[in-house]
Design a protein around this ligand. Structure first.
Ligand code: GLC
Length: 347
């Protein structure tokens, strides 16, 4: 457990309901580990979102080219897995058979190959799909066709490559609507990938609570995921894409913050007990304008707390926002603060 000095310097001798931690209080409350009874506990380990690389939105010019040496660097920094946000929809035709453009597939293949050679597990994440949120019924066939192609194109990929059906579903894609969407997509993947892990998250932007009512599609190799960005006023301070934006200057580490983390860990553990499945956190992080020491304290708490129950986490992001590296190199204070507690072995 880490006790960053920034927190010790503001602790109080008694705690009560004051908004700062008590001296000697645990930063987070360790919970007993829970183990898988249904399906795999994916060997996610220390994991990073390879963001700002393949999930181009409108303008490709901001996209950083794939740099082959990056993957060995990630491995040397202790990462075991990467989550690769994709924009499959942007590169798929809008007419049947909804072909995904070969140059984009080639780029995904290049990343899978480089990452695999660097001994990294790879999560291929269907990250951006605005048309689906606007017109779920009209897009259903296209969504399924996209996954049929991905299943076929990557059927020979190593077992350490996983598919994530959709990032951060939200209204109008409720859990009930998602089940109808995911079922045929999973069947399309399973034609050529009998046991490859397929990752699903629930509605309301992959909230943990949404997993309670998400249909796991009667398949042991369907793995649940959720995102953790609490407290939002800290992690998203000054971020332009929240409406309205959270003001800058929020700090992390109050008793309320820790209670929220402990409560979410307890909820995640209850989910594991109830279902026998082991989820992982596909995204957590804090915006880069926050001082590194504060970001590192937050990352240490979140990763430690969830790892204590066997949940591993993928940090957001990489080079675009919530950055972990930039022109000056990697942010080592943050990378070193990430903990997995128990080191899972790679499959
Ligand atoms: C989501 C968004 C990404 C954003 C992150 C943090 O994954 O797709 O663009 O940076 O959440 O808000």
């Amino acid at each position: 457990m880490r006790f960053p000095s920034i927190h010790l310097s503001v602790c109080l001798l008694t705690s009560a309901s004051l908004a700062v931690p008590a001296c000697n209080a645990s930063r987070w409350k360790p919970a007993a580990p829970a183990s898988a009874r249904v399906g795999p506990a994916l060997p996610i380990g220390k994991c990073i979102n390879y963001a700002g690389q393949l999930e181009v939105e409108r303008d490709e010019s901001w996209m950083r080219p794939v740099v082959p040496g990056d993957f060995r660097e990630m491995q040397q920094l202790g990462f075991q897995s990467i989550r690769v946000p994709l924009n499959l929809s942007r590169f798929a035709s809008h007419k049947p058979p909804y072909r995904i453009a070969p140059p984009y597939i080639a780029r995904i293949r290049q990343v899978v190959s480089l990452a695999t050679k660097a001994d990294l597990n790879v999560i291929l994440d269907n990250h951006l799909y605005p048309e689906l949120f606007a017109h779920p019924d009209a897009e259903q066939d296209r969504f399924v066709a996209i996954w049929r192609q991905m299943g076929s194109l990557f059927s020979e990929a190593p077992p350490s490559v996983y598919f994530e059906l959709l990032n951060e579903a939200h209204d109008p894609l409720t859990n009930a609507r998602l089940a109808a969407l995911f079922k045929p997509a999973l069947a399309a993947i399973r034609d050529k990938n009998a046991t490859r892990p397929v990752i699903v998250g629930g509605d309301w932007y992959n909230a943990l609570t949404a997993l309670d009512t998400l249909d796991m599609l009667d398949d042991a190799n369907v793995v649940p995921t959720f995102h953790y960005y609490e407290p939002m006023p800290f992690t998203h301070q000054g971020a332009s894409w929240t409406v309205p934006p959270y003001p800058k200057g929020a700090t992390y580490g109050s008793l309320k913050d820790l209670a929220q983390l402990n409560r979410t860990v307890a909820d995640a553990r209850a989910y594991m007990e109830r279902t026998g499945r082991v989820p992982f956190i596909g995204e957590y992080g804090a915006v880069e304008s926050i001082p590194s020491s504060e970001r590192a304290a937050y990352f240490a708490d979140v990763t430690n707390a969830f790892a204590s129950i066997g949940i591993q986490s993928c940090v957001w992001g990489y080079v675009n926002n919530f950055t972990l590296r930039d022109g000056k190199g990697w942010n080592r204070a943050i990378i070193d603060s990430i903990s997995t507690v128990t080191k899972p072995t790679k499959n």
